[in-house]
Every structure is written in C-alpha cells, then in structure tokens.
Design a protein around this ligand. Structure first.
Ligand SMILES: [Zn+2]
Ligand SMILES: [Zn+2]
Length: 173
C-alpha cells in the first residue's frame, strides 16, 4: 500500500516527517509526499473562524495519488456540531485529514517528562495512525491505549499509544 501525504497550507517539514514515520511504522506502507495545496477559501466559516474538515478530505482525494491520501494542515478544523476536530476520515474512504492546530495546546498534563516538542510529535503520529485506520475500515476502539480509541481532547490523545491493539491489528492485516 502507498499512502500519499498532501500538505494543505504551510506544513513544517518536521510534521511531514513525523506523519511519515508514524504511518510507516504501524502500517508497513510506502509513504510519498504530494505538492503543497492551497488552503481552500470556500471551506472557511468566518462566524466560527474555522475550516470545514470535509473539504480537506476532498482535496486529499483529488491531489493525492496513493491508494490512500492523507491531508495535513496547520488550520483549525470543525465537523458538524463538534467544536473542533483533530482529524476526519470516512470509514473505508480513500482520503482523510489531520490538523495540527489543536495538537499544540499545552503540555501532556504530567503523563510523562517528555518535552513539548516530543509530546507534539507523538500526537501527530497517533492522529495520522488513527485517521488512516478509519480509511482501512477500523472504527473506534474501546481500549483507551489503542490508537483507534476516540480521543477528543489532547489529554486522551496523550494517554493512548501510537500502536493498534491486538484486535484492531487483526482486523486490518
Ligand atoms: Zn476517529
Ligand atoms: Zn484497538
């Protein structure tokens, strides 16, 4: 399987690298990098000051060339009534998106002695593994250590691992 990373907006090289490392280590896939795409003006909701996440999936699907395409963006995303999302994917879809905007917030609440840079990198890897998992048919997992557990806050992201639990692994491989 090849996964194409599609940067939307100005995504730092370190974020692309972490995403690539996370995907390769968990899914044993090839990862390629597509050209940077402009942030879609039409996706901006000025009342919310946020961007509609589904538009970013559309761009990933259009611009990405792999079996799967994952958009990375520094912009703040929302989906339906949720105040914000770290990412979005459709079950068994081809494209998905991860936003780093809310992953930078504060430290990990004392879970570890890792630096804020390390904590941020961990979160990026966990969230790309999570969203790609949805495109491979994985739903949310009850195991709160599993990368597929539902983690709407950074505290919950920090609590989980970047790896899939045994039953998620068996479902996808
Ligand atoms: Zn999810
Ligand atoms: Zn699991």
């Amino acid at each position: 399987m090849r996964v194409d990373i599609v940067p939307i907006g100005d995504v730092p090289a370190s974020v692309k690298r972490e995403a690539s490392t996370g995907l390769r280590s968990i899914y044993d896939c090839d990862v390629t990098l597509a050209a940077e795409q402009p942030v879609p003006d039409g996706a901006y909701d000025s009342a919310r000051g946020q961007y509609r996440a589904s538009d970013f999936i559309d761009i990933a699907t259009r611009a990405g060339t792999g079996e799967k395409a994952i958009a990375l963006t520094p912009n703040d995303l929302y989906y339906r009534r949720r105040n914000y999302v770290f990412g979005l994917a459709y079950l068994d879809g081809r494209g998905c998106v991860v936003s780093t905007y809310r992953l930078q917030t504060s430290s990990d609440g004392g879970f570890s002695d890792r630096s804020s840079t390390q904590v941020f990198s961990d979160r990026v890897r966990k969230e790309v593994v999570h969203e790609l998992g949805h495109t491979l048919g994985l739903e949310h997992c009850d195991n709160n250590r599993c990368a597929m557990s539902f983690s709407p806050t950074v505290q919950e992201v920090d609590r989980k691992e970047q790896t899939l639990c045994g039953s998620c692994q068996r479902a996808v491989f």
